[in-house]
Design a protein. Structure first.
Length: 145
């Protein structure tokens, strides 16, 4: 059994896209009116480079949100993200499903897990099937404890 689902919901992805686009548009307006960079010059002293770097980080995060997927197999739980994360299911000693009921369509439920070695990770899932599997995993780990 392998289940792979998007980590984040479509409405959340759209909201993130709107925030990044609005930020880029705002920065462009400031630049074209000369409020951001006098004489339209790129220099560390006018802050434009720092704002562009911040906006590029937002774009990178947006791309990561769009490509992020959560995969559950019989032996592992894995999520692609800015940095991919993976944990073997037998190593888990604690799991808790965190969600805002009624807002699953916007804010993806997340599974907080801790391993035998004390390492913790958070996995997101925007699919009801995966959330159900997360609930089964929580119950399984609670029974082992």
């Amino acid at each position: 059994m392998t289940l792979t689902v998007p980590a984040f919901s479509r409405p959340f992805k759209l909201l993130a896209l709107l925030i990044v686009a609005a930020s880029g548009s705002w920065m462009y307006q400031l630049f074209t009116t000369g409020q951001l960079a006098p004489n339209h010059t790129l220099s560390p002293s006018n802050g434009l480079i720092w704002l562009l770097c911040g906006w590029l980080l937002m774009v990178f995060t947006l791309v990561s949100i769009y490509r992020s997927q959560t995969t559950l197999t019989e032996h592992t739980l894995k999520q692609t993200w800015i940095w991919d994360k993976e944990v073997a299911l037998p190593e888990l000693v604690y799991a808790k499903l965190i969600r805002l009921k009624g807002l699953d369509w916007l804010i993806a439920p997340r599974l907080y897990v801790r391993t035998v070695m004390g390492k913790f990770m958070v996995f997101y899932a925007a699919d009801k099937t995966m959330v159900t599997e997360f609930q089964h995993l929580v119950r399984t780990i609670e029974r082992r404890a």
